[in-house]
Design a protein around this ligand. Structure first.
Ligand SMILES: [Zn+2]
Length: 215
């Protein structure tokens, strides 16, 4: 996939995922009759106890700290690193624009370090990049190129692709291939909806300055 599909669909997935705890929280916070089943002091009330919310508190906390700007960067991170290396700097050596950062190994490393930093320092910046990278590998359909995805399980060489007319082929596919232009259209619609929503809620500046959509 290309630029708009990567950032639009990844952003949409991140917003849905980060909002999921608040949906669940809101449902459980709806007014409910809270009557004890027994008159004994040890009986449990019918309604859910407040401590049940603790199960989602860490994820809710993580979701509120996520910098969506970094998710946008993460959505493009594998291409930002691999395309210059494989296409422009070392085209003869790699002969592919999907190399190190399009591998499962890279995703596992970046995700492990992200969890470590979050647990030790409470910082979420690398989690945002790791999530964007995860979505990038899915949207690129990397399971179709197992030699690259599972590198170096199949040997040290990456799966080779024809990059001789890469840019020209991209433009041609963008105009003629529905597998390319439809996801781009979906990504563009999600981005448009996202920024219109922010503008109407007066949160556009908040997003630009802090990368958050929750004040
Ligand atoms: Zn890619």
């Amino acid at each position: 996939m290309l630029f708009l599909a990567h950032i639009g669909i990844t952003l949409g997935a991140a917003v849905l995922l980060c909002d999921a705890p608040s949906w669940s929280y809101s449902r459980r916070k709806l007014p409910q009759p809270c009557q004890a089943t027994s008159t004994t002091s040890f009986s449990q009330p019918d309604c859910a106890p407040d401590c049940a919310d603790d199960n989602l508190s860490w994820f809710n906390s993580l979701a509120r700290q996520i910098d969506y700007r970094l998710i946008l960067v993460g959505a493009l991170l594998p291409d930002i690193i691999d395309k210059p290396l494989g296409t422009f700097l070392f085209p003869c050596f790699f002969n592919s624009n999907r190399i190190f950062c399009h591998t499962l190994l890279f995703l596992v490393i970046i995700s492990s370090v992200a969890v470590y930093i979050f647990k030790r320092q409470g910082q979420t910046w690398l989690i945002a990049l790791a999530f964007g990278t995860f979505m990038h590998l899915i949207l690129d359909g990397m399971w179709l190129i197992p030699k690259t995805l599972l590198w170096p399980a199949y040997g040290w060489a990456f799966g080779r692709t024809d990059i001789s007319h890469w840019l020209k082929n991209v433009f041609y596919a963008l105009l003629t291939d529905p597998y390319i232009y439809l996801p781009e259209l979906v990504g563009a619609i999600i981005l448009l909806g996202f920024f219109v929503y922010l503008a109407r809620k007066g949160k556009l500046l908040l997003f630009i300055k802090k990368g958050t959509i929750q004040s």
